[in-house]
Design a protein around this ligand. Structure first.
Ligand SMILES: NC(=O)c1ccc[n+]([C@@H]2O[C@H](COP(=O)([O-])OP(=O)(O)OC[C@H]3O[C@@H](n4cnc5c(N)ncnc54)[C@H](O)[C@@H]3O)[C@@H](O)[C@H]2O)c1
Length: 422
């Protein structure tokens, strides 16, 4: 069992720290956010993530997991240092490596000889070299080990991954990192750093493309009178296609797909390749947001000015409290620009958004609404009673951007119903 340091205690870092402790390693989690470290040391986690709080509390109790604010001599006791800091989108669409550089610089003075820096953040091809150049020591290795977890099922995904990817120009360092995961049953792909870094971006780009394809087929279904649910089941049963990520929706978003697809276009551009296909996917996703806004506008008679829209769900998907690049927020923004008033509700979002009435329940949000938009697939929205909701709205229009409702039920309660491709 190894001594590990995890830098950055966000969605990826906290999951990594707690799960590595869970499989037997001794882990120090580091962050520069003092409020976060204070809360974590009390076993309180700032994110909604199934099972993460209890693992974190259990590991804190065993003392295999500790958290500390900032960098110190304790790092010198660690053989592995995982970087799990943000890599946000820069102004030109490329990945901003500021946090990676800062973390590498802060770590440098404390690194023990033969320790391995493991880059788990999503970083462009060549970032392993960026870290090596900052550290500038022959006795320290830098390895790429991209993370594929999904928010909402991060703990499960970390402990039961489809694969573990380790990229390094030093075979021994790569094997040492792979060995950390020995107790996890998953294929391990050991490759060069550029391939490891590319795998992560290619995976996200492919998933985003698959979602956009489902949205395009949904649009086609609306034109030809087909039903997207049946069509996707029909193609998803084909093992070459697979049935995941075929659900149409309001457009993809979240903390990864938008920035990672744009970053990959930039990576390609800097390498002299025009990634036309992916540029098309990104542009198409913008159109998908507009398609949902159009559905809402059409439902209320073609003009949103002065209309009150109930927006149910704000997070980019269910089972998370992450609002980063959420399609719901993009759509809310457009609805407001076109003159609508928004009454929003989300089960995990505590802070009101600017110029949006934030309601305590979905019923409150629907009161006096001219139309209701389901923007996130929280299961509780599928349980809403159309007859009861019909009595409190001003007009009965339902736009189900996640296809989670029984359309016939809502129609029989007098609602117009618009799904995506239904
Ligand atoms: N969120 C996901 O679903 C997901 C999945 C796979 C990969 N990734 C990648 O993992 C990386 C981290 O993403 P995230 O969602 O966990 O980010 P996050 O914003 O949730 O967490 C990042 C943490 O790093 C801390 N931090 C910032 N600078 C620091 C520094 N210099 N030293 C120590 N801590 C510092 C922040 O305070 C924050 O707590 C990104 O590259 C992202 O693309 C994210």
């Amino acid at each position: 069992m190894a001594q590990v340091c995890v830098v950055g205690a966000g969605y990826v870092g906290l999951t990594t720290a707690s799960c590595l402790a869970q499989i037997g390693h001794t882990v120090i989690g580091i962050d520069v956010d003092s409020a976060k470290i204070e809360a974590l040391n009390k076993g309180m986690i700032p994110i909604v993530e199934d099972g993460l709080e209890s693992i974190t509390q259990q590991m804190l109790a065993t003392r295999r997991l500790t958290f500390q604010l900032g960098y110190s001599e304790t790092i010198s006791s660690c053989e592995f240092i995982f970087l799990c800091v943000p890599t946000p989108q820069d102004e030109d669409g490329s990945a901003d490596l500021t946090y990676i550089r800062e973390a590498a610089k802060s770590l440098s003075p404390y690194l023990a000889s033969k320790s391995v820096i493991v880059n788990k953040s999503t970083v462009p091809v060549g970032s392993t070299l960026v870290v090596e150049e900052i550290v500038r020591r022959d006795d320290i290795f830098v390895v790429s080990n991209p993370e594929f977890l999904r928010e909402g099922s991060a703990v499960h995904d970390f402990l039961h991954p489809d694969r573990i990817v380790v990229g390094s120009s030093n075979k021994q360092a790569a094997q040492r990192v792979a060995d950390l995961y020995q107790s996890i049953d998953a294929p391990v792909i050991i490759c060069d750093p550029a391939s490891a870094e590319t795998i992560k971006y290619a995976a996200n780009a492919f998933l985003a493309t698959k979602l956009s394809f489902a949205n395009a087929i949904a649009a086609l279904c609306e034109h030809v009178g087909a039903n997207i649910d049946d069509v996707m089941e029909g193609i998803g049963q084909d093992k070459r296609i697979g049935n995941q990520f075929l659900k149409p929706g309001p457009g993809w978003g979240g903390s990864c797909f938008p920035k990672d697809t744009r970053a990959l276009v930039k990576i390609a551009e800097s390498a002299g390749y025009d990634f036309e296909l992916l540029r098309g996917v990104i542009d198409f996703n913008e159109i998908q947001f507009d398609r949902i806004v159009n559905k809402v506008r059409n439902a209320v008679g073609g003009n949103l000015t002065g209309k009150q829209i109930a927006v149910l769900g704000l997070t980019f998907k269910a089972y998370t409290n992450d609002l980063r690049d959420s399609p719901a927020l993009r759509i809310v923004e457009q609805l407001k620009l076109q003159g609508a008033t928004i009454n929003a509700y989300d089960p995990t979002v505590a802070n009101p958004l600017p110029q949006t009435n934030f309601c305590a329940t979905s019923i409150d949000a629907c009161a006096s609404a001219d139309a209701i938009l389901i923007a996130t697939e929280w299961p509780e929205f599928a349980l809403l009673n159309p007859t009861a909701i019909g009595k409190i709205v001003r007009s009965k229009h339902m736009i189900d951007a996640r296809n989670i409702l029984d359309a016939d039920l809502w129609k029989s309660a007098g609602f117009t119903y618009q799904g995506v491709g239904r």
